[in-house]
Design a protein around this ligand. Sequence first.
Ligand SMILES: [Zn+2]
Length: 135
Amino acid sequence: MESGILAVPLQTAMKTEIPLGLAARRGLLGLCPSCGKTKLFASYLKQVEACPNCGAHFGRIRADDAAPWGTIIVVGHIFMPLMFFISLDAFMPFWAGVTVWAALFAGLSLVLLPRSKGLFIALLWSTRAPGVNNG
Ligand SMILES: [Zn+2]
């Protein structure tokens, strides 16, 4: 009555492909690029080993310098020109203006860095880049 061959449906053996744009948006929001239901990071910049909801593995994915690079691109090339157009000298002493700009850019960098890392982890995971074990 029972056969020795187990038939595994092809649909369960194959993973569902997540579109690159959707995975990137989820990573940018700090969510699992695969399911989007759990957090990608266990702490500020430490990604979870695997998603507790869908089981996708992220522990071996290394974004390396891409995350700071992406942050510098945004902060340095988009927001830094604001410093030249908005003069705080009329409102406060020079040293106070420098302090305000430095605090603004440091805060902006700290906010964008995990977003950038999430984006690059999602891109690496989604494209199955060499060296990435998606599990
Ligand atoms: Zn997930």
